[in-house]
Design a protein around this ligand. Structure first.
Ligand SMILES: C[S@@+](CC[C@H](N)C(=O)[O-])C[C@H]1O[C@@H](n2cnc3c(N)ncnc32)[C@H](O)[C@@H]1O
Length: 230
């Protein structure tokens, strides 16, 4: 899509988002929304979205059992909250943020139904500083891989100020390894370019994993990246 097409598309389909503690303000649709032709919120209107498996991702459960989450935790692009709810159920303080109000409403209802203390707020991952908070652990499960090459640096720059020094970011994303990759394959090089030492990040590990979806029997090939904020 050319720059002009992107601009025309953006002006046609501005999406409203509620930023925590502020009035509704406008945000530009992301590349994924422009490609899909609908807002993120709309993907939650007619039953579970393809990635909404109704339970936490096994990779996240494993990380949590291994003590991978500490301090205040942010789940960026939390969707209907299964991962945030799982981590919060272990007694951690968790904030899940998303631009999809419908997903957040579902997440809040799950928290009420299950009696789990967790916070869900509408916020744009490109504007995380507006949260006015910082986190020792940040989880990105399926968000990074929805951003295109123009958006990734903005997202990474938004993450930086909300992460505590020596904090840990986990990115679970579709990988480019294997025949059945997801719709947004990410290479190890993409991750290393986005989270570089010169930008204040240190990649501790990138290991192959699986990302479960409603349409893959055994999940899609994924990377689980563990990234430290230096
Ligand atoms: C592929 S889904 C993953 C949802 C959830 N993490 C999960 O594992 O089920 C990506 C999520 O990121 C959210 N999202 C996309 N762009 C966002 C942005 N700029 N700020 C905050 N959330 C965003 C979408 O609304 C969607 O819920």
């Amino acid at each position: 899509m050319s720059k002009d097409d992107r601009a025309a598309c953006a002006s046609r389909t501005h999406v409203e988002v509620r930023k925590k503690g502020t009035k509704l303000s406008e945000r530009r649709p992301t590349s994924h929304e422009r490609m899909a032709g609908q807002s993120w919120d709309a993907s939650y209107h007619d039953g579970p979205a393809p990635w909404d498996i109704g339970s936490p991702q096994p990779a996240v459960v494993r990380l949590a059992s291994a003590g991978g989450f500490a301090g205040a935790v942010l789940d960026a692009g939390c969707g209907t909250g299964e991962n945030a709810l799982h981590v919060a159920s272990l007694g951690l303080s968790v904030l899940g943020v998303d631009v999809a109000e419908t997903a957040l409403a579902i997440a809040r209802k799950k928290a009420d139904d299950r009696g789990i203390e967790v916070e869900f707020a509408a916020a744009d991952a490109f504007e995380l500083k507006r949260l006015g908070r910082s986190f020792e652990t940040v989880l990105d499960c399926g968000l990074f891989h929805t951003f295109d090459a123009d958006e990734r640096p903005r997202y990474v720059a938004s993450l930086a100020p909300v992460m505590e020094h020596d904090g840990t970011l986990y990115v679970l994303c579709f990988s480019d390894g294997g025949p059945e990759t997801g719709p947004h394959p990410v290479s190890q090089e993409d991750l290393r370019a986005a989270f570089s030492h010169s930008n204040g990040w240190d990649i501790a590990a990138i290991v192959p994993d699986r990302l479960q979806t409603r349409f893959h029997d055994v999940g899609a090939p994924a990377w689980l990246a563990t990234i430290k904020r230096s």
